[in-house]
Design a protein around this ligand. Sequence first.
Ligand SMILES: [Zn+2]
Length: 221
Amino acid sequence: MLNLKHLAVFLLVSISLMQCSRNLTIIDLPISFDEQRKQLSLDYLKNRYEIVKDFPSIEPKMVVVHFTVVPTWQKTYGVFFGPKLPGFRTAIQGASQLNVSSQYLIDRDGTIYQLLPDTVFARHVIGLNHSAIGIENVADGDQLPMTNEQLKANARLIRQLAEKYPIEYVIGHDEYQSFRNHPLWKETDSNYLTQKNDPGEEFMTKLRKKLAGLNVKGPPE
Ligand SMILES: [Zn+2]
């Protein structure tokens, strides 16, 4: 027999289960955001995009999906942690000394880590960082292909971000150059471009299927 107390407990459990399935579990794992990273981010916005601000914030309009090539989340966290780019990154060093990073990192089992707040600047995609939230995934597309858990986690995270921000585009890093003639493209040096293959067409096709019904676009023609 159900009495009132049982009913109350049942309702509470039901409500908390509903909230669990609606809200994603995101683990806070902040990288260093010290005075140096703040200044290097402000310099990047000014020098690369001619955007002058007091604080390096972004206005999210797109999500860019990446893979790390680094084999674990711990090592990736170590790579992104410090504010300055390590000396061996010669191909992108001339553009800025700011270290690369992203707002999110997804491990192979689908665990989502938040490295920076959504609206804090991260260097992860040429031309578009002022409006792009970056999601890195622990994978390399070859020995470590993207997992099904990562696919699900990316889709759920992007759906949640699209509820909070006016996200218009969801693209793979390998698609970024198709924005070169788009109003969102702000890079001032037309020769500053790098070739990317992450996360690849196969993953983005699967991800777009998972995002069906969400009002977002892929790269412009
Ligand atoms: Zn990338």
